[in-house]
Design a protein around this ligand. Structure first.
Ligand SMILES: [Mn+2]
Length: 421
């Protein structure tokens, strides 16, 4: 499945050698970048392996996974082809395992582990005693808040049994109209509940708070921005950090600046990668603003080089694959992230620092552009080749016939083949 044709391999080698030679002339080592890309890893979310939807509809594709085991099988394909997706991020209760030890064993068999677990108090589950319609951690009724905290304790227990070491908390809490809730006291109630969750963290665990400006609360979300998220993380303690979901920002927000601020405060916990044109679009990472993605990775590479205290980012994908094949979209996403990371590794940091020092605005900018405009694809392909993955994951996936095979096996996955007209 992974062996490229002889022609593809020969062409790759020629492209790689030509690029390595060109980089060497600029004082950059291709080898160093390939090794760095080889260390890059991102987690795949369990909810992204089926077709996503919008408020208006969902169009399931063929061979969608019906069970958590089938989702893991698909995630293993993403890892096998990219060499960079060794962990799955579970969402509870959407992907609540029936048998935790069995799931852990299956994952190990597939070469997978578990990344941060995700809680859900943004919707009511069947049989749930109290409703989250008016909030969970921010609810005025203490018994609703207790129920939400209890859910988080349960998610941590499941995560611990699976070998995860972090929980991501995204709260939909907020108000749709002025006057609906106290802007100040709702935040205090959220912080109080998070203190209880933080106290339940097992040794070595981290808690990530994820901010989002609006939706489903359209007037005032309690954890609406990185500032609120930072206040929570700082109040909670050392093991609480902020998670940056790229789509959870208003248009034109300078996300690399947000990243730099959180890095400076030692509170950058991780990412939910995706891309956005208008709002929380959950599009493929790098599909709309590849330069922005590169500039974010530039901040991350700087933090790596400077060995910033507390820098141990958890990289995760959070996308909705509405019209692309979910596995293909994930392959494309991992490729885009590897590419942005590789380009950020190509930045000439010494030159950049010198131009900043001498106030040469144009040449400082050009250092970044030089790296961004370099076609780094041969470096990424080489990293994958060395990991035993695919030179071109999407084409390798298509050639493998995997989707057709699982479509035949996964009867009742909800897909209705198109009728001929
Ligand atoms: Mn997210």
């Amino acid at each position: 499945m992974l062996s490229p044709g002889a022609d593809a391999l020969r062409n790759h080698e020629r492209d790689y050698d030509a690029l390595a030679e060109r980089l060497a002339r600029r004082g950059r080592r291709a080898e160093t970048v390939v090794e760095a890309v080889g260390r890059f890893a991102v987690a795949v979310p369990s909810w992204a392996l089926g077709t996503g939807g919008t408020r208006f509809g969902r169009f399931p594709g063929p061979g969608e996974p019906r069970t958590l085991a089938e989702k893991l099988a698909d995630a293993a394909v993403v890892h096998r082809l990219t060499g960079a997706a060794p962990r799955v991020s579970l969402h509870i209760p959407w992907d609540e395992p029936d048998d935790v030890p069995a799931l852990r064993a299956l994952a190990a068999e597939l070469g997978l582990g578990f990344d941060a677990v995700n809680s859900n108090t943004f919707q009511d589950q069947p049989g749930q005693r109290l409703s989250y319609k008016l909030g969970s951690f921010s609810h005025l009724d203490a018994s609703v808040r207790r129920q939400a905290v209890e859910h988080h304790r349960h998610v941590i227990e499941v995560g611990q049994a699976l070998g995860a070491d972090a929980i991501t908390v995204w709260l939909a809490d907020g108000s749709n109209y002025p006057g609906q809730m106290s802007l100040r006291k709702s935040f205090e109630r959220v912080l109080d509940c998070l203190r209880d969750v933080y106290a339940a963290l097992p040794a070595g665990w981290r808690l990530f708070t994820e901010h989002k400006p609006y939706e489903p609360a359209f007037y005032a979300t309690v954890v609406q921005d990185w500032g609120s998220s930072l206040l929570l993380a700082q109040a909670l303690g050392e093991r609480a950090q902020c998670l940056v979901d790229l789509g959870h920002h208003l248009p034109n927000t300078n996300i690399e600046l947000v990243v730099a601020r959180l890095l400076g405060a030692g509170k950058l916990g991780g990412f939910h990668f995706n891309d956005s044109k208008y709002g929380d679009d959950d599009l493929t990472a790098g599909s709309i603003k590849p330069y922005g993605l590169f500039l974010i990775f530039h901040e991350l590479v700087l933090a790596e080089r400077e060995r910033l205290a507390g820098f141990r980012p958890a990289y995760m994908i959070d996308q909705s694959h509405n019209i692309k094949d979910p596995i293909e979209d994930l392959l494309q996403t991992v490729d885009q992230l590897q590419l942005a990371y590789a380009k950020a590794q190509l930045v000439d940091h010494e030159a950049l620092a010198a131009y900043q020092e001498s106030g040469d605005v144009l040449l400082a900018e050009r250092v970044l552009k030089d790296a961004f405009e370099t076609d780094a694809r041969p470096l990424v392909a080489e990293a994958r080749r060395r990991a035993g993955a695919a030179l071109d994951p999407v084409l390798a996936f298509r050639a493998s016939g995997y989707r057709a095979r699982v479509t035949a096996e996964r009867i009742g996955s909800g897909y209705v083949p198109p009728r001929s007209l």
